[in-house]
Design a binder for this molecule. Structure first.
Ligand code: FES
Length: 196
């Protein structure tokens, strides 16, 4: 190969490897596009995170006086359904007597209710599998073998303490923070441990 031909070949090869001004412009536009998207999305995401002040105010007060033993109501708290059940002595007994060895997510009934208020069970009504709302709030609905709730989506069963007894749900229904304002009223969302 002559020196002239070699020069020509090199110059072709270099040209194909060296980014052109057009490539540079395209790359720059891509980078600006990505930053622009992130900048536009951030205020939206940020607006979905309420401040601590707003969260602290997000409480729901509930009057329990009209709920008779065996009945349950659903209230909304921070956009989530919360089940409040006035348990019968039989339901309390069943929850208290269940051996820990039979539980998928072992937790005593005592740890899920307030001291001296075992007749009141308060749980977030969202199945811990994929988030469906379990049936069992209305007496006409099938509550399943353990007398609590039955998830219509994939058949998880919860007992009278809201503990999962048959999966696929892996965890018990969540007990939200709440406190008794009087013997017959509670505040859901108040900063207090579930069993305080
Ligand atoms: Fe409840 Fe799947 S969402 S069992």
């Amino acid at each position: 190969m002559s020196a002239k031909t070699m020069d020509k070949t090199m110059s072709h090869a270099d040209k194909s490897k060296t980014p052109t001004r057009r490539d540079f412009l395209i790359l720059t536009a891509g980078a600006v596009g990505a930053v622009g998207t992130a900048a536009a999305v951030w205020p939206f995401i940020d607006s979905m995170n309420p401040s601590a002040d707003v969260l602290a105010q997000s409480t729901t007060d509930v009057d329990l006086s009209a709920i008779e033993a065996g009945q349950a109501i659903t209230v909304m708290w921070q956009g989530k359904p919360v089940f409040i059940r006035h348990r019968t002595p039989e339901e309390i007994n069943a929850a208290e007597q269940t051996p820990m060895s039979e539980l998928i997510d072992p937790q005593s009934d005592e740890a899920r209710v307030k001291k001296g208020k075992a007749q009141w069970l308060v749980v977030v009504g969202i199945c811990t599998h994929l988030g469906c709302v379990p049936n069992g709030q209305k007496p006409t609905q099938d509550r399943g073998k353990y007398g609590g709730w039955l998830c219509p989506c994939h058949g998880s069963l919860y007992d009278t303490s809201g503990r999962v007894r048959r999966g696929p749900a892996p965890l018990n229904l969540l007990v939200p923070p709440y406190t008794f304002l009087s013997d017959t009223s509670i505040r859901i969302g108040a900063e207090e441990k579930a069993n305080a």
